[in-house]
Design a protein around this ligand. Structure first.
Ligand SMILES: *[C@@H]1O[C@H](CO)[C@@H](O)[C@H](O)[C@H]1NC(C)=O
Ligand SMILES: *[C@@H]1O[C@H](CO)[C@@H](O)[C@H](O)[C@H]1NC(C)=O
Ligand SMILES: *[C@@H]1O[C@H](CO)[C@@H](O)[C@H](O)[C@H]1NC(C)=O
Ligand SMILES: *[C@@H]1O[C@H](CO)[C@@H](O)[C@H](O)[C@H]1NC(C)=O
Ligand SMILES: *[C@@H]1O[C@H](CO)[C@@H](O)[C@H](O)[C@H]1NC(C)=O
Length: 490
């Protein structure tokens, strides 16, 4: 993928179900009644989790969930920025179909009246509920989290959300700042709570109500952490003494990285504690001791998030809802699946697991079609009988390829490189990821016509996964790379 945007969403995907019948029979059939769905969406979580093999990070609750789940090791977001990614996987359409590459338009008006995952469940008799950050707030979900189409009741937002980017972090000078690093004493912050704690509490209240409800539920819970700023209860910092924090294994800008591919992390630079470091733009290194502090606070935020997930899943158990609820979570364990998958596939997979009719594949173009899918139904990974006869399901080479894209305003990193507005997009990076390599071409893009011009190549990247797992050596201009690219030509 092109370098991560500020909202790397689902780096992996855990689909769990404790429902014994899922493995042996059709899900949601008449003997068991319909299955509920709990969709947990975490903002900017990378696979820094025990279940992904991270030796440092403490994530016992997510690890426990993953131990009885299907764990996708190679799941890719379609555009690693909050709003485009969420609109893409919640509608099951690629950014080139939703026409959302920034934060500034509502797909129903500007692209097509596409159905969403929760809308489809709602139309099939489910009580659908949104807690926290599910859709990105603002225009991209019509200032209403796509209500009333997606949700049966008004979406819940934690009241303390408004303090996330305000001056609530106590600095070494004793004053309050809007910092990147923000461990807090929860009793001292405004309202004496944090958004993700409030979201967990609200989600548990809704589950309690659902316990006696006649209709099945679809509950989406969107957590803010570990997205920046790292504002978390300070006791989680103690899990990660600074002397135990390792540095990134490859802190240098990769060999042969084209400038268009570099993300200058402008969002981080705006925070008061980072501004004070006077880092040079765009490549200027971060001092090593501050790198360690960033990693410490990221890991602490992950552990804080993990305790919230633990509270939510315990409530599901206590309410005896766990055996009738499909859980989808944004990360990875259990039966490991190495196949490449796209977040786009969440829509057909969830509805298929719940026993609903899986929408047909989208024609190209599909702007006029309200309900269809661009992703795969991943049910075969659950070893379910293939009830749906779909000849495309097998022998489709796209099954082992993940596509993603990322826009840029210029060939050289500048102030808006990480989040260009639609009108400023001049270049689009298209990546294909296979089990062997990641190949990206950066091509000219016309934001008025939404057209990519593949004969106008600005730069290219090619990384071989086996020999260069961290993608530090761009082989695009190398003879090995040229041979591969030749073989890809039709
Ligand atoms: C969009 O879809 C929703 C839900 O099906 C429907 O209520 C609405 O009328 C549609 N809007 C248009 C403009 O077709
Ligand atoms: C978006 O929200 C506005 C204000 O609530 C509403 O009038 C409009 O119909 C909504 N757009 C769509 C496509 O539903
Ligand atoms: C820090 O590292 C030391 C030495 O490896 C280890 O003994 C200790 O348990 C670590 N502390 C934490 C909190 O992980
Ligand atoms: C910030 O860095 C620039 C050049 O890297 C230097 O000219 C300037 O004096 C520095 N400012 C402060 C406040 O350290
Ligand atoms: C789930 O477990 C509860 C209590 O153990 C039981 O009453 C209920 O029938 C079970 N539901 C399903 C769908 O198996």
């Amino acid at each position: 993928m092109p370098p991560a945007g500020r909202c790397l969403l689902w780096l992996g995907l855990v689909l769990a179900s404790a429902h014994a019948s899922l493995e042996s029979a059709a899900p949601g059939d008449s003997t068991t009644g319909p299955l509920n769905v709990l969709l947990i969406i975490v903002d900017d979580l990378r696979p820094s989790l025990g279940c992904y093999g991270d030796k440092l990070v403490r994530s016992p609750n997510i690890d426990q969930l993953s131990s009885h789940s299907l764990l996708f090791q190679n799941a890719f977001a379609q555009q690693a920025v909050c709003a485009p990614s969420r609109v893409s996987f919640l509608t099951g359409r690629r950014p080139d179909t939703t026409h959302l590459y920034d934060f500034n338009s509502y797909w129903r008006i500007h692209a097509g009246n596409f159905s969403t995952i929760p809308q489809y469940f709602k139309e099939n008799g489910y009580m659908t509920m949104s807690v926290g950050k599910v859709f990105h707030p603002g225009i991209s979900s019509n200032y209403s989290d796509d209500s009333p189409y997606s949700w049966s009741i008004p979406p819940y937002h934690p009241s303390s959300e408004k303090y996330e980017n305000t001056k609530t972090c106590r600095g070494p000078d004793g004053e309050l700042h809007a910092n990147l690093l923000c461990p807090v004493d929860v009793v001292d912050v405004p309202e004496g709570t944090l958004p993700d704690k409030q979201s967990t509490e609200q989600a548990i209240r809704l589950l309690e109500k659902m316990k006696t409800s006649a209709s099945p539920f679809f509950l989406a819970v969107g957590y803010h952490k570990p997205h920046i700023p790292f504002r978390y209860p300070k006791e989680f910092q103690k899990l990660y003494p600074l002397e135990n924090i390792t540095l990134a294994p490859d802190p240098q800008v990769p060999d042969g990285l084209p400038s268009v591919a570099y993300n200058p992390w402008m969002d981080i630079r705006q925070r008061e504690d980072v501004q004070a470091l006077n880092l040079s733009v765009p490549y200027g290194p971060i001092p090593v001791d501050f790198q360690r502090k960033i990693r410490q606070s990221y890991f602490a935020s992950v552990s804080y998030l993990d305790t919230q997930v633990g509270r939510l899943l315990s409530a599901l158990d206590d309410l005896q809802l766990a055996n009738s609820t499909i859980i989808a979570f944004a990360s990875d364990h259990g039966r490991r699946v190495m196949d490449l998958v796209e977040l786009l596939s969440l829509f057909p997979t969830l509805v298929g697991l719940a026993g609903l009719h899986v929408p047909p594949r989208c024609p190209v173009p599909s702007f006029r079609v309200q309900l269809c899918r661009e992703g795969q139904n991943l049910r075969k990974h659950f070893r379910l009988q293939d009830l749906e006869e779909d000849p495309h399901l097998r022998d489709n080479p796209r099954e082992s390829i993940a596509y993603s894209q990322y826009p840029r305003p210029a060939d050289y990193p500048q102030w808006n490189s990480d989040k260009p507005s639609l009108k400023d997009i001049k270049v689009m990076g298209y990546s294909i990821r296979t089990v062997d390599y990641r190949y990206t071409v950066w091509v000219g893009f016309d934001p008025h016509e939404f057209l990519a011009n593949f004969s106008d190549v600005h730069a290219g990247e090619l990384y071989f996964v086996d020999s260069d797992p961290l993608q530090d050596h761009n082989m695009y201009n190398d003879s090995q790379g040229r041979d591969l690219l030749q073989s890809l030509m039709p």
